[in-house]
Design a protein around this ligand. Sequence first.
Ligand code: NAD
Length: 368
Amino acid sequence: MSIFDELAKRDHEQVVFCNDKESGLKAIIAIHNTTLGPALGGCRMWPYATEEEALRDALRLSRGMTYKSAAAGLNLGGGKGVIIGDPKTMKSEKLFRVYGRFVQSLGGRYITAEDVGTTVHDMAWVWMETDYVTGINRAFGGSGDPSTVTAYGVFQGIRAALKFKTGSDSLSNLTIALQGVGQVGYHLLHHLVPAGAKVVASDLNQENIKRVNHEFAGIEFVEPDKIYDVPCAIFVPCALGGIVNDETIPRLKCQLIAGSANNVLEIEDKHSAELERRNILYIPDFVISAGGLINVANELIRYERRQAMRQASGIYDIVMQVLTIAQEEKITTLKASKTLAERRIYSVGRIKHTYVGSPLAKRGRGLG
Ligand code: NAD
């Protein structure tokens, strides 16, 4: 594998390899694009089988963050950290503090956060060594659990998609098939139920099902595998990735798919095209689930939950823009979301061509 060829393929700016013998830290920080602002993305800890696999994951995920931030209208670029190791056995204060020092050494080009295999608790150690970490505990001035904001953004995205498809954004009496009533799914119910939706749900976790049954009347639960067969207006995946695939697509009886689950299409291009062929409107997860990212972006300014919620309500308009591009340009909604992001990066990148003075110029340097 040629590292520079890999970087060139998707136009990555920088990759940093971090090594510390004493703590056992082996980490890769990938910065994809910083046109809009500092590269933000979580730090994943995973027992990768090979270093190549870790690098590929960092490159893929950092690029995804560029698109997610750009489409959400944030002034952030895309980055991702990966720590090679088993999160069950290899975590220590030392490891995360060393990781924090590497993040700090990038001077703000990369901002880290929790991700698969890392927790808010781990980020508290990172925070001891760097200014460039988000998603930390509210006790440390952070924004805490983002899932209420994510759920609100998903709700707004669902309403926009409905409006586009049917002319009305009312959920009254519509059947929703909700996969997963964990953090996001549970908070989403607080919007769907008052809006008059009839919810059929599934989950593997009995505690989470109990919590829902305790709080809401009239939610019907089906066996996890049966959720794909529920006749409904909207299928809302809020559990796992890869569940929209060759096996499940023929079973779906919905007009719309809109939920928070990351990477919900098993094979992006193939399955987005197949959904379109079947006249099922798919709202790309990286657009509709941006509330969590909006939440941590607010932490970088001065966190106020109300402001984060207000910004997440903008997902309604963003989904409308995506659907309009898809319709006008006769492309899938997935392609339209990427087009929206790319156009923003290009046009905002252009404004930076305007000279606004610089400290170097004042000192007589940087003029040549
Ligand atoms: P979570 O772990 O709190 O909830 C997931 C729920 O799905 C759990 O209750 C789990 O038991 C259930 N589940 C797992 N497999 C299932 C199956 N086969 N069938 C039915 N239920 C199943 O996670 P979350 O924070 O609610 O996130 C849900 C999804 O949204 C994830 O894909 C996550 O990456 C994505 N997401 C979350 C946020 C956020 O703010 N939490 C932001 C963006 C994207």
